[in-house]
Design a binder for this molecule. Sequence first.
Ligand code: ZN
Length: 490
Amino acid sequence: MKAFRRKLCAVKTVLKLALLIITVSSAACFTSNQTILAAPKEATRTPRYLFLFIGDGMGPAQIKLSEALLENGRSLAMTSFPVLGMATTHARDQLITDSGAASTALATGSKTTIGTISMAGNHLDTLRTIAEMAKAKGMKTGIVSSVGIDDATPACFYAHNASRSNLYDIAKEMASSGFDYFGGGYSAGNFPENQAKSKAFRGDIKALMQSAHYVIAHNKTELASIKPGVHCWAYSDYDSKGALSFAMDLRNGNDIELAEFTREGIRLLDNPKGFFMMVEGGKIDWACHANDAAAAAHDVEALDKAIKEALAFYRHHPKETLIIVTADHECGGLSLGNSANGYETRFELLRHQNISMQGFAEKVSTWKKRGTVTFPMALDSVKTYYGLSLTHANSALALSAKDSTALHEAYTSTMKTESAGTKIPDTFSPTVTGILNSRAAIGWSSNAHTAVPVQVFAIGCGADAFKGFYDNTDIAKKIMKIAKLKKRVI
Ligand SMILES: [Zn+2]
């Protein structure tokens, strides 16, 4: 532990230096082509409407990349906020955190160990969350996420568990929370394999929610028909992990986007006593784990669309609304610039990618099952979905002999027949994605999270408190103080 603290001290010094650099470069990057929203002069009131947006895995580089890919020099709404701060993200036991420990910090103001859901590191003490405090104060409460509603980040606001992997037991706490609105992904905990892992199985989560008087909305029409005051759990189509599609992938007409879940949440929660709403852009993190820059950038934009819904509400209630936008941690060690390109950047090449790497990998998986897709046919798909080809007029999109060899090796390896009990990984999809990322001057240093501090954008009543450099636990403490929420161990 002492060694960890010494390491933490040394890294804190480096991080403070990094903050200076990031703050200076952020100022240069974020102020072009945009209007900075003016900070309201009056900040003495207690906000009635609290929004906390969490971009999972969204560091400053993810934000800048997303902004660089917007058409016509547009900016993200979040970078127009008048207040900018930065927060460290370390867990109690590890410098590089996970969404459990980080979101526990954001939800409760306390550090905990990796993988823990709003409990102290001893796994005995339950930590009260700002959402629970808001509910106790008479405010309505809503939890929205683009990944499973029992995934670590949303879970940390309504559940308490020693391990984020106890998905079914976490999901059960939705029903007992008394919160007004859950929206976004489905409950992965309700998948049979996760039900089976529970030592305290009490039946289907949907049935538990209905017994607790939640109305379940499965699509846009059903969600739109729910009246304010009715407790609601809303989801639409979801993937094999219970999450919404990546924002850049095709969706069917019934899919509900993160911004729509947020807008409907505001409609359902709006009341004179106020509300607290947490909205997570969870797939930014998944894209960064996959080192898929285009998918990450699109999901940052999807989160920003949700933030615009809160901003529209803020404009009607500027003296009573506080909006905070932050991240639980950075993911992937994303760098904007790489050794191959030196001082050149070609982020616009990522616009040629029109499917997430996960979406492309699903196609590769079907090729493997069919067994009839040859390497030239695979290269045709590379051109269709990534814009890369052997004979492209744009030299930046032309595959070199070295690229072609790497793709051929990855294709051959991926298409090998699997023998019983062995799973051959798809190396073709990451190779294609890696070539385009590298050409675009994108660098990735990790497939995991990093210890890079994250930005905090704030606007509205009490926003000034979020200036400066502080710890992620301070974000929750500041919200408690500004909104007069009472902290105590249950
Ligand atoms: Zn992650």
